[in-house]
Design a protein around this ligand. Structure first.
Ligand code: FAD
Length: 309
């Protein structure tokens, strides 16, 4: 069995694996896709101390760093169930391929995925004007016209944030009213360069083959379609944690995030969690890495208290 088994190979999982391996204990990483969301990212400008990098480059560097240590990397492995430890003190992780792995401690770092609009053009122009993270990509749209899709808290926060950076923000909400907290709505309405459109169903992302040039939405009341010329579209209709497989065993928040304390401990003994799959506020690379390190140190602490070497 492993001493520490990390499930998920994004920034959180990579950091956890390195911190665990540096303690000289048996460490493994099982990941569906090593690199995680970073693989889908183009420019990264907020990875502190690295002025500018690209997602695939950072993902390769993550893997290279983990491989510096004796870590058993099991890529393309999807976990489907977690069985809490019994008398033998071993937590079991079942894999989609039928195999199962056992470990004295487990770190869950399965990340999250942005909910997509699923309209024509969205995939084609991803990273070419279609964006999901205002903290990451907002500054790329300085002086431009952008749309925010979604009038919940994250959409309205994004619109307020972006209004300070870009020329104009159009916020589109499907419902007939915004769902964000009243204070946020008030702040949004006070801004001079924001247009709010409710009852709007986004139908298509328009582009010139290279980048986004606009979008089409349908007015759900009148039924007619409208075109907005713009350069960027921030989709803010939800971040879904990859935790469906844990819902019967590990305590989750109403949004499906793994509940952790400030040491990364979950509701299951010997099981820790880190990164975008947890209740940690703010989902960012440096935050996920810090959380992964915390979880690994907590797992080590757990091991020296519970098992005879
Ligand atoms: P993830 O990166 O999501 O990694 C999760 C890992 O778990 C993956 O290896 C995945 O394959 C694996 N996994 C999932 N389910 C299972 C399962 N059942 N079994 C086994 N493995 C599983 N952040 C920034 O700080 N700066 C940026 O510029 C930036 N830009 C972004 C741009 C885009 C387009 C996106 C999508 C995100 C961006 N982010 C950015 C956010 C950042 O990528 C995430 O916060 C970060 O990757 C979270 O790391 P993580 O390790 O928690 O999860």
């Amino acid at each position: 069995p492993f001493d520490v088994l990390v499930v998920g190979g994004g920034p959180a999982g990579a950091a956890a694996a390195i911190y665990a391996a540096r303690k000289g204990i048996r460490t493994g990483v099982a990941a569906e896709r090593f690199g995680g969301q970073v693989l889908d990212t183009m420019a990264i400008e907020n990875f502190i101390s690295v002025k500018e990098t690209e997602g695939p480059k950072l993902a390769a560097a993550l893997e290279q760093h983990v491989r510096e240590y004796e870590v058993d990397i099991m890529n393309l492995q999807r976990a489907t169930a977690l069985v809490p430890a019994g008398d033998d003190g071993l937590v079991e992780i079942k894999l989609e391929n039928g195999a199962s792995l056992k470990s004295r401690s487990v770190i869950l770092s399965t990340g999250a995925r942005w909910r997509q609009m699923n309209v024509p053009g969205e995939d084609q122009y991803r990273n070419k004007g279609v964006a999901y993270c205002p903290h990451c990509d907002g500054p790329l749209f300085k002086g431009k016209h952008v749309a925010v899709i979604g009038g919940g808290n994250s959409g309205v926060e994004a619109a307020i944030d972006l209004a300070g950076l870009v020329t104009h923000v159009t916020l589109l909400e499907f419902d007939d009213k915004l769902r964000a907290d009243e204070v946020l709505q008030k702040k949004l309405r006070s801004l001079g360069n924001v247009t709010i459109i409710t009852s709007a169903l986004t139908q298509e992302v328009l582009g010139d083959g290279q980048k986004v040039t606009g979008l089409v939405y349908q007015d759900r009341v009148g039924g007619d379609s409208h075109r907005v010329e713009l350069e960027g579209i921030f989709v803010q209709i939800g971040l879904l944690p990859n935790t469906e497989w844990l819902k019967d065993t590990v305590a989750l928040s109403p949004r499906g995030e793994i509940l952790i304390d400030d040491r990364g401990q979950t509701s299951v003994p010997g099981v820790f969690a880190a990164g975008d799959c947890t209740t940690v506020p703010y989902k960012q690379i440096v935050i996920a890495m810090g959380a992964g390190s915390t979880a690994a140190l907590s797992a080590f602490d757990h091991l020296i208290r519970t098992s005879v070497p």
